[in-house]
Write a protein that binds this ligand. Structure first.
Ligand SMILES: *Cc1c(COP(=O)(O)O)cnc(C)c1O
Length: 376
């Protein structure tokens, strides 16, 4: 039996009929850009996020970029970004001309270490950009109180945690403006690129509406130098279909995670995800840690089990960020994570037997390894 890291087959089966029906009516609608589908989705997603406004945009990176632009963050400014994240979080900061200032993650939650933020704040700092990584909400009370103390904006990167919460409050509702992505593999995924911004600030929402569409909200009037960064109407329609399932799918991801937790509970040498009491996780990924990551990945591969490392090269060691002048050893926790993290298969429709099979092979590998070390 082969177990892929991720498969669209089973999730697509659930939505196929409705999606094809939508595509047919879409063709006939002849309203292909910023029509009713985008509008409906924005209303639904704002309600879900418990924010007053949602603005659909082209993808997650643009959502982050337009969020920062709306706050007038640019050249000469610094933005606090976790050192352990997908590179897009930092790229958005660079794209507006500002500098990402990296802060180490907490070794247990993998999210930004809130005790290390203040030391990185300077007179140039304009915002904190927390990322709810792998689906778990960051410690937002601490982030918000630091932001308040230093008069900084908060812009959440909620690409991986749609539906998660901290102390009962939804991710994507804490910051001044917050970004998310509907890249196909995200918890709510389109059939192509898509993203959104959530905010309670009406002025910022309308500024972002202008920014995403040539700087214009009224035909032929251009208020700012805008972009073409609209949420595609076809993708919005697909999102309207899939959105109905999101809560069910989140519960399913959490169920799969609890199967893994149970099956791997006394597996020596394997560190399981740690979810703090105040946070929920929507388990975008089920990421374990082990010192023998590469060997384990190779072993599972020979057994037909596909896994991925998130993320194998930390931001500060990427060629793209040479200009930040960081070297190996500067962010030891991010480096440690990049060498030890392994994400296990997790997708909608995954069966308990499949989870147990993955766990069984991991245990097999660990037992072998323990014995090998005993011999030495
Ligand atoms: C996916 C992702 C993004 C970027 O989203 P795109 O839609 O691919 O541009 C940004 N941040 C994080 C944490 C992500 O996982």
């Amino acid at each position: 039996m082969k177990i892929p890291f991720l498969s669209f087959d089973r999730i697509n089966d659930q939505i196929k009929v409705e999606t094809l029906e939508f595509v047919e009516s879409f063709l006939d609608s002849k309203a292909y850009i910023l029509g009713g589908q985008v509008n409906t989705f924005e209303k639904e997603y704002a309600r879900f996020s418990t924010t007053d406004f949602c603005v659909g945009v082209s993808n997650g990176l643009d959502a982050l970029k337009l969020s920062l632009l709306a706050l007038n963050i640019g050249v000469g400014d610094e933005v606090i970004v976790p050192s352990n994240t997908y590179i897009a979080s930092a790229l958005a900061v660079s794209h507006v001309g500002a500098t990402p200032v990296l802060v180490e993650p907490n070794i247990r939650t993998y999210n930004i270490d809130v005790t290390k933020i203040e030391a990185k704040i300077t007179a140039k700092t304009k915002a904190i950009l927390p990322v709810h990584l792998y689906g778990q909400a960051c410690e937002m009370d601490k982030v918000m109180s630091i932001a308040k103390k230093y008069n900084l904006y908060v812009v959440e990167d909620n690409a991986q945690a749609q539906g998660a919460s901290y102390q009962g409050k939804m991710t994507g509702s804490f910051g001044e403006v917050n970004a998310t992505s509907f890249y196909p593999t995200k918890n709510l995924g389109a059939l192509g690129d898509a993203g959104a911004i959530t905010t309670d600030n009406e002025e910022l929402a309308s500024k972002i509406q202008a920014l995403r569409s040539y700087g214009s909200t009224v035909k032929n009037k251009h208020e700012v130098i805008g972009y073409n960064a609209r949420l595609d109407e076809l993708q919005a329609g697909v999102l309207n279909v899939k959105f109905q399932y999101l809560e069910r799918w989140t519960a399913e991801r959490q169920q799969i995670a609890s199967w893994y937790k149970e099956a791997l509970s006394n597996c020596e040498g394997i560190i399981l995800p740690f979810i703090i009491g105040e946070s929920t996780s929507v388990f975008h990924l089920y990421t374990i840690r082990t010192n023998n990551r590469d060997e384990l990945q190779e072993y599972l591969n020979t057994k037909g089990i596909e896994t991925l490392a998130h993320y194998p090269i930390p931001l500060h060691l990427q060629d793209a960020y040479k200009e930040l002048n960081h070297k190996k050893g500067d962010f030891p926790i991010a480096e440690e994570l990049s060498n030890t993290m392994l994400s296990l298969p997790l997708f909608i429709g995954m069966k308990k037997e499949e989870v147990e099979l993955v766990a069984q092979e991991i245990k097999m590998f660990c037992n072998k390894n323990v014995k090998k070390e005993d011999v030495r």
